[in-house]
Write a protein that binds this ligand. Structure first.
Ligand SMILES: CC(C)(COP(=O)(O)OP(=O)(O)OC[C@H]1O[C@@H](n2cnc3c(N)ncnc32)[C@H](O)[C@@H]1OP(=O)(O)O)[C@@H](O)C(=O)NCCC(=O)NCCS
Length: 154
């Protein structure tokens, strides 16, 4: 049974990321320096009690857009056996709702090429150029502007 989206500690997200990314043959490492920043927010969703998918929101500046406030979506990962069941979509939608509830702003990410349609379905506008991140995996830059929710706080 799918649990609710919950805020999870940084320590638990790496294992899910590693499971998702190593299945692709990439070796990205499961940990980002921003994971332990106090402003970083990790969320996860469980299937039958086990953490099946994770998402991370950081407050990192966009390399392509000076708009503020700014949020970065990072390290989204669903364990391979559970991909395509809507868990990633649940987490991304919740992250965008969180941004709206906290004043809205620019949300951006470096998006793995194969995952671009997933982000586009959630409203991201994706740049044409393709670049490789440090591990050699091809990505595109994507962003969207989230309006503040009516009763949002910052
Ligand atoms: C991208 C990812 C986080 C989406 O999570 P999910 O739980 O599968 O997402 P949902 O079930 O809500 O959405 C499914 C959509 O995600 C995409 N997707 C599914 N499996 C995917 C995969 N292995 N790689 C990339 N995208 C995938 C497809 O667009 C799919 O659409 P479809 O249902 O029409 O086929 C997840 O597939 C994953 O962990 N992929 C590998 C790691 C990755 O690419 N992370 C994102 C880095 S920017």
């Amino acid at each position: 049974m799918t649990g609710p989206v919950e805020v999870v500690p940084a320590a638990v997200v790496a294992a899910v990321r590693l499971a998702a990314f190593s299945a692709l043959g990439a070796s990205p490492g499961g940990v980002n320096a921003s994971d332990t920043d106090p402003s970083t927010r990790h969320t996860g969703v469980r299937l039958d009690g086990d953490l099946a998918a994770v998402a991370t929101l950081t407050r990192e500046a966009s390399p392509r857009n000076a708009f503020r406030p700014v949020w970065r979506v990072r390290g989204m990962a669903t364990r391979p056996a559970f991909q395509g069941r809507g868990l990633g979509g649940l987490l991304l939608a919740e992250a965008l709702t969180h941004v709206a509830a906290h004043g809205g702003g620019l949300v951006w990410g470096n998006l793995r090429l194969a995952a671009v349609p997933f982000y586009e379905r959630h409203g991201f506008v994706v740049a044409d150029d393709v670049f490789r991140i440090a591990n050699g995996v091809e990505h595109r830059y994507g962003e969207l502007t989230v309006p503040p929710a009516r009763s949002s706080s910052t």
